[in-house]
Write a protein that binds this ligand. Structure first.
Ligand code: FO1
Length: 307
């Protein structure tokens, strides 16, 4: 690639993906980044449409995200949660009062007939988020997991069951059409970055939408490994690679998962191993805003030298 990177599209899900998005937002000019976000984690809870990965990206870019958790809002109160619990309502999924404000507004705007892309843009604008944040599709497409305890929806498995039941299959229910803006963004991208997200539950829901893998195969694509030293930086990924791919968690497992469109892989220094694609090794664990910006710069620099 020779031209300076103009439009960057990031595929993101979970906390790791949002951190890299934050670093890219810090180093790219305003208007240069579009984030395509997994909505397979979405569910209806307390009668509200909850979109965890959209909110994690939005809160992170708005500087509102809970610093340790990565998801939810900093400086939260749980007055409403405590009342719901007192009334015998579902209390396995912690919703803070400020977070609730977003779910209330999103549910109200969707109910008024707006689509999720428009509602997300409205919420991001209100919170001062400059990047374009796109849900992967407009309609619900819940991620389902076949487990030893039966078929579970994603949040039920991850939060209520603490990701304990072994997973034999991850799949998506619902329509398979990406939103039009998603395919347009990929087609217009000078570079696509796949964040350090869980390939099975955060990225596959995006890849399995009609036309997405083919669109990616026509663009330069760089991924950041979510596996460091054979372990997941956060969440249940290492066990999922062993259960679903029947192999040890490693950069090669990530490279193979994205084989048909991957141009290069950014891995943790020390994890070097043959993985069939160009690789750059650096520090990929992001513990500060400086780490996020540095990794973002290294991803962009790596993309510049790819064939
Ligand atoms: N994760 C938990 O482990 N426990 C929770 O109670 C919880 C609440 C929650 C509320 C809003 C939100 O946007 C995310 C929340 N998460 C919680 C995280 C969520 O399950 C994951 O971040 C994503 O779905 C996958 O990364």
């Amino acid at each position: 690639m020779t031209a300076a990177v103009k439009q960057v599209v990031v595929l993101s899900g979970g906390v790791g993906g949002a951190k890299l998005v934050d670093g890219l937002a810090a180093v790219l000019p305003r208007g240069a980044m579009t984030v395509i976000v997994n909505t397979g984690d979405d569910f209806v809870h307390w009668g509200l449409r909850i979109c965890p990965d959209l909110d994690t990206v939005m809160y992170t870019l708005a500087g509102l995200a809970h610093p340790q958790q990565g998801w939810g809002v900093a400086d939260e109160s749980f007055g409403a949660f405590a009342m719901v619990e007192r009334l015998g309502g579902p209390a396995w999924f912690r919703l803070g009062d400020r977070d609730l404000g977003v779910h209330v507004m999103r549910t109200q705007r969707l109910g008024a007939g707006m689509n999720l892309t428009a509602v997300t843009a409205e919420l991001c604008h209100a919170l001062g988020v400059g990047a374009r944040v796109l849900p992967m599709c407009e309609t619900p497409r819940p991620t389902m997991l076949d487990t030893a305890d039966g078929v579970l929806e994603f949040q039920d498995w991850l939060v209520r069951h603490r990701a304990a039941p072994a997973v034999t299959r991850v799949w998506s229910a619902g329509p398979t059409a990406p939103s039009p803006a998603v395919l347009d963004a990929i087609a217009a991208a000078d570079l696509v970055v796949v964040g350090p997200s869980n390939p099975y539950v955060s990225i596959d829901p995006i890849l399995t939408l009609d036309g997405v893998r083919a669109a990616l195969a026509a663009r330069p694509v760089v991924a950041v490994s979510p596996i460091v030293g054979g372990r997941a930086v956060k969440g249940p990924l290492a066990g999922m690679i062993e259960q679903l791919a029947g192999r040890a968690p490693s950069p090669a497992a990530i490279a193979d998962h994205y084989r048909d469109f991957l141009g290069g892989l950014v891995i943790e220094a020390g994890d070097e191993e043959p993985s069939g694609v160009p690789v750059v090794a650096t520090r990929t664990v992001m513990s500060s805003a400086a780490d996020r910006a540095r990794l973002a710069r290294e991803v962009l620099a790596f993309a510049e030298v790819l064939p």
